[in-house]
Design a binder for this molecule. Structure first.
Ligand SMILES: Nc1nc2c(c(=O)[nH]1)N=C([C@H](O)[C@H](O)COP(=O)(O)OP(=O)(O)OP(=O)(O)O)CN2
Length: 366
């Protein structure tokens, strides 16, 4: 049984002043952002006017709601318009008939934002970057990662407010807790740091968790982006890794009425995210080599990339070539070669698409 979620994203430009911040805090001054709102929802069958157009319809709903905030002073719309309050404001205004909103988030900058989970809890997040060298000493001879190399690593920290960690100061507390780690990691070789002798993304995410959790009891996830297309996360119990691929493919919705815009032939640069979970290999310290994920998935990639997806949908017996149908098919086919594949995200435009999960271990952050 697969769990399916539709995803949408919409941007808005707005100004705000956070008057509950200390007077010297930069956010207490009038300032502006290019905000992004993102959501994930379950939709009931028959919710969309035309089956297969759920993503477009969800995106339209979100755009309609965020339009009320666009080019506005947010303090005129809600009392203290921080990211959490904005997410709750949007949540209250989205239509609920036939739609179960599971996550909604607001990003104020590419480095910060907040998400409400299915239970309504707010998770503040911050994104950090450090430049570091590493090598993976246990990989087979000839593996490129056995050589000393480096990355601009990015780390995403998610935390829930709790007794010590009130919502108001969450982002500042994350910054405070991160600062000493930035000193230890930036412009260093990870292998030289105790506990990071085998610095895979998975080991690094768990190491960061251990370093941070005492100071941040509300810490809910540490995510390490090793490159722009792959990484690992740790939530204190489970490891997840992902590999992103780009599909440049054409489509037309086979079951849309002939005069419907989505019945025309057009194309997308899709982002396909393959998500795997499981225990770490005792020797390599990873769930599965990102390179092996890519190699084992390659036959399916070739069936999807630079292809007319409506023809694939017809031969594969799919209801249509919309993101939800394709993501479910990719997950089922992909698990034949990649047993640890537990989730597939397919985005037709940034943040807009569908994700399916084999067993539902709970959604990771948006
Ligand atoms: N599960 C893991 N697999 C790999 C890790 C890791 O930490 N965990 N690390 C590496 C290497 O360090 C490598 O630099 C990054 O992997 P790779 O996906 O090969 O990165 P690229 O961006 O170079 O991938 P392309 O898609 O081929 O451009 C290897 N595996």
């Amino acid at each position: 049984m697969l769990s399916l979620y539709h995803c949408a994203q919409a941007g808005f430009e707005a100004a705000r002043q956070l008057q509950r911040r200390a007077p010297q805090h930069p956010q207490a001054r009038l300032h502006g952002h290019s905000f992004e709102a993102r959501l994930r929802a379950r939709v009931e069958p028959g919710w969309a006017a035309v089956a297969g157009t759920e993503v477009e319809q969800l995106q339209q709903h979100l755009a309609d709601v965020t339009a009320a905030l666009d080019h506005r002073l947010l303090n005129d719309c809600l009392p203290e318009p921080d990211d959490t309050a904005l997410a709750r404001w949007l949540q209250q205004r989205l239509p609920s008939a036939g739609l179960q909103l599971v996550q909604i988030g607001v990003q104020s900058t590419p480095r910060s934002g907040c998400e409400l989970d299915a239970t309504g809890h707010a998770h503040t997040w911050r994104r950090y970057r450090f430049e570091a060298a590493h090598q993976l000493p246990r990989v087979p001879a000839g593996h490129k990662c056995g050589r000393m190399h480096g990355h601009g690593f990015e780390v995403l920290l998610h935390a829930r407010p709790d007794g010590l960690f009130d919502e108001l100061g969450a982002a500042d507390r994350l910054d405070h807790a991160w600062a000493p780690l930035q000193q230890r990691l930036h412009r260093h070789c990870l292998n030289d740091i105790a506990g990071l002798e085998n610095p895979t993304s998975e080991v690094l995410s768990a190491w960061l968790w251990q370093q941070l959790v005492a100071a941040l009891p509300g810490l809910s996830r540490v995510t390490v982006f090793e490159t722009a297309s792959c990484g690992a996360s740790f939530d204190g119990q489970r490891y997840r890794i992902w590999k992103d691929l780009t599909l440049d493919s054409a489509r037309r919705l086979r079951h849309a009425p002939p005069d419907h815009p989505l019945a025309a032939l057009y194309g997308h640069t899709y982002t396909l995210r393959l998500g795997l979970g499981g225990a770490l290999d005792a020797v390599q310290g990873w769930v599965l080599d990102f390179g092996d994920v890519k190699r084992l998935f390659d036959p399916l990639f070739k069936a999807l990339d630079h292809q007319p997806l409506h023809e694939l949908a017809a031969t594969a017996g799919l209801p249509d070539c919309d993101c939800a149908s394709l993501a479910g098919w990719i997950l089922q086919q992909g698990r034949r070669e990649l047993a640890a594949l537990e989730r597939v995200d397919l985005y037709q435009t940034p943040g807009c698409g569908a994700l399916v999960m084999a067993a539902d271990p709970g959604l990771s952050p948006i």
